[in-house]
Design a protein around this ligand. Structure first.
Ligand code: PLP
Length: 406
């Protein structure tokens, strides 16, 4: 008899975005003339940089000619892209990362989801709350989470991000083996300082733990004092894997390109305590299960690092940050405490009421869609996330309408 992986039955129903869609559809049916402004889902709205488009066109043309045609590429990604990443994202910031330590993929979602399969199933996993749901759900699927009681899984160590700790979780008093961190954070928009990140690196080193550092929103960091990569912290090479994406950096959400850094010093242990390098394990995993990102897409990603590409990416990010600044200052002006929005495209608004009630209020009174914080975890209750990914005119109108509604 064919049987299912019963861990899937242990997943919490993922109703956040479907429930939002349902409520928006019902509102739109009752109010067909209202132009609903969506500041909910974290998807970009601006087109790809010109430099990326041109590089992609050229690469497509190469595919049409026998002498330049490309079949399967290297599973780890083409050297032209890995070299550019190592140089521009790491070595230029004094972080000692080589091209061979970079694995190109088609998304940080898949990488943050897939990475857990190289670790044992009985390790203790620490996951932030509120959180990007992929980290938790993939550990539930793998059977690491334990039973669900009152909305929380028994074997997960929840790292609470609250206004009291500035949305940067404290080090756990219990021992964790695998620790997920995400900065700038989705959904809170919080960034982490070098000192706080150094404490996590030290914790991982002392506890023979590993940090999975999701830096998908790194390009939004404008404060030069903040770390752009975990490898700016001494000692991180042995205890951290970093995830990055071109999705929010250069508008690649529909084009798909990202990368994961697994330093060659990074290790984990077997049951006997023997040390194993994770670079080899991840390489084996990728070469077995993944056949690489398409050549034109990698060429487009490479163009992000040209002079023209850098300028265009900076102006894309500036555009969204201007939206974010406007949202934050308006919401603060309406009397709400806000986090994020300065080094992040997300503004985390303390509503002081139930997240869904506030969501309904904005939808019904202002025709504006946000994301209820409770959908990201227990600590998200009493908050909503407002996203800066939209056109400035829409953002300005949304804030005017919210002002009138309140
Ligand atoms: N990590 C975080 C924290 C995200 O918010 C997202 C997307 O919203 C991703 C990863 C996924 O990135 P990608 O588009 O590269 O799969």
């Amino acid at each position: 008899m064919i049987r299912i992986n019963e861990n899937y039955l242990n997943l919490k129903a993922s109703y956040l975005f479907s429930e939002i869609a349902k409520r928006v559809a019902a509102f739109q049916e009752k109010n067909p003339k209202t132009n609903v402004i969506k500041l909910g889902i974290g998807d970009v709205t601006r087109p790809l940089p010109r430099a990326c488009i041109e590089a992609m066109h050229e690469a497509v043309d190469e595919m049409a000619v026998r002498s330049t045609f490309k079949g399967y590429g290297p599973e780890q990604g083409y050297a032209f892209l890995r070299d550019a990443i190592a140089e521009n994202d790491y070595r230029s910031r004094g972080a000692d990362i080589s091209a061979e330590e970079i694995f190109i993929s088609d998304g940080a979602k898949c990488d943050t989801a897939n990475i857990q399969e190289i670790f044992a199933s009985d390790i203790r996993v620490a996951i932030p709350d509120p959180v990007y749901p992929v980290y938790l759900d993939t550990n539930v699927m793998a059977g690491r989470a334990g039973s669900l009681l009152d909305g929380r899984y028994g074997n997960i160590l929840y790292l609470e991000s609250t206004r009291e700790n500035g949305f940067v979780p404290e080090l756990p008093s219990e021992k964790a083996d695998l620790i997920y961190l995400c900065f700038p954070n989705n959904p809170t928009g919080a960034a982490i300082t070098k000192d706080r990140l150094a404490q996590w690196v030290e914790y991982a080193r002392e506890n023979r733990a590993l940090i999975l550092y999701d830096a998908a929103y790194e390009a939004f960091i404008r404060d030069e004092a903040l770390p752009r990569t975990i490898y700016e912290i001494p000692g991180a090479r042995e205890v951290a894997i970093e995830f990055r994406s071109f999705s929010k950096t250069a508008g690649f959400t529909g084009t798909r390109c990202a990368f994961t850094v697994v330093p060659k010093d990074c290790a984990a242990f077997d049951a006997s305590g023997a040390r194993h390098l994770l670079h080899g394990l991840w390489n084996r995993r990728q070469t077995t299960k993944f056949n690489g990102v398409s050549y034109p897409v990698q060429k487009a990603a490479r163009a992000v690092y040209t002079e023209e590409g850098k300028k265009e990416v900076a102006s894309l990010i500036d555009y969204y940050l201007k939206n974010a600044g406007h949202i934050r200052s308006e919401m603060a002006g309406f009397g709400f405490e806000c986090a994020g929005g300065d080094n992040s495209p997300y503004i985390w608004v303390h509503t002081r009421t139930d997240s869904w009630e506030f969501f309904d209020l904005l939808l019904e009174k202002a025709g504006v869609v946000c994301t209820p914080g409770a959908g990201f975890g227990r600590c998200g209750q009493g908050y909503v996330r407002i996203s800066a990914f939209n056109d400035f005119e829409n953002v300005r109108e949304a804030m005017e309408r919210i002002g009138q509604a309140l």
